[in-house]
Design a protein around this ligand. Structure first.
Ligand code: HEM
Ligand code: HEM
Length: 171
């Protein structure tokens, strides 16, 4: 008898993937108006004050992303990831694994460097935060192109794995 194998991620992993993607996008938008002047005022006053609203949301959403990432890493370790189709060449599988690992590390490093830089008041750590945000953005763009490549060129229908719940395929 053929064994059936999960074709998709666990629904919790799927929800977390898209929720975190939207929140990370928000972080880029919310940090657009940051200037040293405005940030310095918030360092010297209460974060809860109205003039720091622009930063408070970046801070809170960043913290929320951190919590969600802990949950997501836990789920990834527990549930794993579905096996990729045989249409995908081994080298692409390896590159995919490396880029996913890098995405996990970068998304978790963002709130850590943000909080550390803010509370230790370290310009160096905050420039690392800014630098990593550029690396993360590039990787997200590559990630989106890779999904297009899988769909259009390899025909491996990857998007299905991250949108549909409980589809099974024959091994
Ligand atoms: C902030 C933006 C994003 C981040 C940080 C991100 C991160 C990730 C990570 C870490 C994985 C690997 C999941 C795992 O193995 O546990 C993944 C998978 C995936 N992502 Fe994203 N993603 C983002 C945006 C997007 C967007 C916009 C798309 C749509 C084009 C997308 C489509 C996918 C798909 C289809 C998979 C499944 C890949 C597979 O099955 O191997 N992601 N994403
Ligand atoms: C996933 C979570 C986060 C993402 C994606 C993110 C992203 C960003 C981005 C894109 C910038 C602007 C970079 C630039 O102008 O080149 C920024 C700046 C900043 N972020 Fe975050 N951030 C996150 C979490 C946090 C957290 C939790 C804090 C907590 C305090 C924080 C504090 C800051 C500060 C202080 C700056 C300004 C740094 C400076 O220019 O001196 N971030 N962040």
């Amino acid at each position: 008898m053929d064994s059936l194998q999960e074709k998709n991620y666990h629904f919790g992993q799927i929800i977390l993937h898209w929720l975190i993607a939207v929140l990370v996008f928000y972080q880029y938008v919310s940090s657009n108006g940051f200037s040293d002047d405005r940030l310095n005022k918030c360092k010297n006053s209460e974060l809860a004050s109205v003039e720091c609203d622009f930063f408070a949301s970046h801070y809170q959403v960043g913290l929320f992303i951190f919590g969600l990432m802990i949950l997501r890493i836990g789920m990834r370790l527990y549930f794993g990831a579905p096996v990729l189709s045989n249409k995908v060449p081994s080298i692409i599988k390896v590159l995919g694994k490396i880029s996913h690992l890098a995405l996990y590390l970068l998304v978790i490093a963002m709130p850590i460097t943000g909080l550390l830089g803010w509370y230790v008041n370290s310009g160096i750590v905050l420039s690392i935060h800014n630098g990593l945000s550029n690396v993360l953005l590039s990787l997200i763009l590559i990630h989106i192109c890779a999904v297009g490549f899988h769909e259009g060129v390899l025909g491996s229908s990857l998007i299905q794995r991250m949108v549909a719940f409980n589809t099974k395929l024959k091994k």
